[in-house]
Structures are given as C-alpha cells and as structure tokens.
Write a protein that binds this ligand. Structure first.
Ligand code: XMP
Length: 305
C-alpha cells in the first residue's frame, strides 16, 4: 500500500539535498505540477519560484483560477505568453511539430525566469506513465523529452508515482479537490484539441465546448478519467435559426482509465450526450455537429493529436 505521508517525508528530504538556491517549477495547476510545487515548496520555501505560463490554450477561466489558488500558497509568477505561442503556431498542422514548438517556447520562458532568478534547477511533475510512454515513442509529450537549449538541471520528485498516488499526496498536502481530483490536461492544451492549424477563433470554440462537456459531466456526478471536446478539421452542414449553416464539428471524448496507458470510451447515458450536443450547438455559433468518440486506447490514443 502506498504511504503518502512517508513519501512526502522522504521527498522533502530528497529535495532539500538535491536542489540548491533559487529553483524554478513549471506550475500548470494540474495535480502533478501542483503537488510538486507544494512538495518542493515545503522543502525550500520561497526559493521555489512557481511559474505559471498562460499559453492561451488553457481551459475556460483556468489562468485566473490557478492564480487565485496559488498566489497565497507559493512564490507565484504569472507569465502571459499567449501571443508568443499563437504566433509560433501559425501555419503549423502537424501534432508533433506543434508539441515541439510549444515545448521550445516553454523552455525559452523557463530559461528567462532562470536567468532572472539565477536559478539552476527546473522542477517538473513528470510521473511514471509519462516517461514510460515517451520511452515507448508513442508521443513526444509528457514533459520528458525536453528540447535542446535547456540549460537548467531537471528534478522530478514524482517520477516513480502513478496518478492515484499523486492524488493521495496532493490531498495530504492540503490541496483542495479542485486540484487533487483535477482531470489530466495536456501541456500543449487546446492547441492539440484544435486539429490541424490553430486559430484564435477555433481555440475559443473548443474552449467553450470543453467547458460545456465538463460542466455536464460534473452535474451528472460521473467519475471519469477525462472528458473533453475536440474541434475537428472540415465542416458540416446544419440548420440554425432556420438558416443553412456550414459549420464546425466537435467531437466529445469521455474516457475511463487508470493511468492513461490504456483507456475505454465511457458508456454515457444518452440523455447526457444529447444535452451536451444540444448545448454545444445552441450556445456556440457555427458549430453544426457533435460526435461522440467510441474508440478505446489502443488502437486510438486519448487525445486526437
Ligand atoms: P494519449 O493521447 O497519448 O494521452 O493517449 C495520454 C495522457 O497524456 C495526456 N497527454 C499529454 N500530456 N503533454 C502532456 O503533458 C502532451 O503533449 C500530451 N499529450 C497527451 C493526455 O491528455 C492523456 O491524459
């Protein structure tokens, strides 16, 4: 049985011995990085600078909420980098290229903060399945494959944990349910939930659709691993307010999983799916169609890109 208290005690000691002086952490507000921030913060206090990067690809109201939660808990820095990310992704359609570009900008930003604070270490909330999948070459994601140009030394205190264990540690560290039970959300965010080229209009649409999906799932009290919306490439005809509309297609993905290595499409009540579909088409202009993804992982992955 995993003992969260013991883990925390050991991790705090390990952090004290490993990181020296000012240290940067990429705090996204997800359960992994939040737990890491609290843990390493416990070890080195204000010497840990928690940088939240607003990529412009975050979920609805997320940047504001994360700021509110962590401003009082840790040494918090808000990096507004929306334009930088959007500009860099113009014309890019390949998912792995998107990830590489996004990763590169993240590193640039952390290097800038490291220079500002004369920091030598970067703490990351990488957990076991992240590096297992990266090693297996499934996707270049999960924090693990850091682009070259990184001058900071990496420290990953959660490297041997699985998600449920991280959630336990988060609860023991006093993080509220909003964080400890948070759904996983990919680092590149909504940029990989708009298929092919990312535009501001498309990101806004998928952000609204995502908020509706998560809201309906939370009303239904269903426990799911991830529930989200994806904006598909291509268009479909619909009738909105008695007029023909050639609009966007949203795919809804709701999966159950233990560690994201495998996943199953959740068997969702028809009424919930219908409510999601009618809200998305009614509340978001130019969305004419909503589809539910039935595929398991494998052969699909959880994300579409
Ligand atoms: P896939 O799509 O590979 O996703 O089945 C497995 C889990 O990882 C998340 N994911 C990512 N996380 N950066 C991340 O930090 C990424 O580029 C990335 N791609 C996928 C995904 O949401 C799921 O929880």
């Amino acid at each position: 049985m995993f003992d969260a208290e013991k883990f925390i005690k050991n991790a705090v000691e390990e952090a004290k011995e490993t990181v020296v002086g000012k240290t940067i952490i990429a705090l996204s507000g997800g359960v992994d990085s939040s737990t890491c921030a609290m843990l390493v913060g416990k070890a080195i206090g204000k010497n840990l600078v928690c940088v939240f990067v607003d990529t412009g690809f975050m979920r609805k109201n997320e940047p504001e909420r994360i700021k509110e939660i962590f401003e009082t808990k840790v040494n918090f820095e808000f990096a507004d980098a929306q334009e930088r990310f959007f500009d860099a992704l113009k014309g890019i359609t390949d998912p792995e290229e998107k990830r590489k570009i996004i990763g590169k900008i993240y590193i640039e930003i952390f290097n800038e903060y490291a220079e500002k604070y004369k920091a030598k270490f970067l703490v990351q909330g990488t957990i076991a399945p992240d590096w297992i999948e990266t090693k297996g070459n499934i996707k270049s994601h999960h924090n693990v494959a850091l682009p070259s140009g990184m001058t900071l030394e990496l420290y990953e205190p959660l490297r041997d944990l699985y998600k449920e264990e991280v959630r336990k540690v988060a609860r023991v560290l006093g993080l509220s349910e909003e964080i400890s039970e948070r759904m996983p959300f990919p680092g590149p965010g909504l940029a990989i939930r708009v298929l092919e080229e990312v535009t501001k209009e498309k990101v806004e649409i998928v952000r609204e659709a995502d908020a509706i999906v998560r809201e309906e799932i939370s009303y239904s009290n269903l426990k799911v691993w991830q529930a989200f919306a994806v904006l598909l490439e291509g268009k479909a005809t619909g009738v909105k307010r008695d007029k023909r509309d050639y609009g966007y297609m949203i795919a809804v993905r709701i999966v159950e999983s233990k560690d994201a290595m495998t996943a199953n499409a959740k068997n969702i009540k028809w009424e919930i799916l219908q409510r999601i579909a009618s809200r998305i088409t009614a509340e978001i202009p130019h969305v004419t169609r909503v589809l539910y993804d039935l595929t398991s992982k494998p052969p699909a992955t959880i994300e579409f890109e």
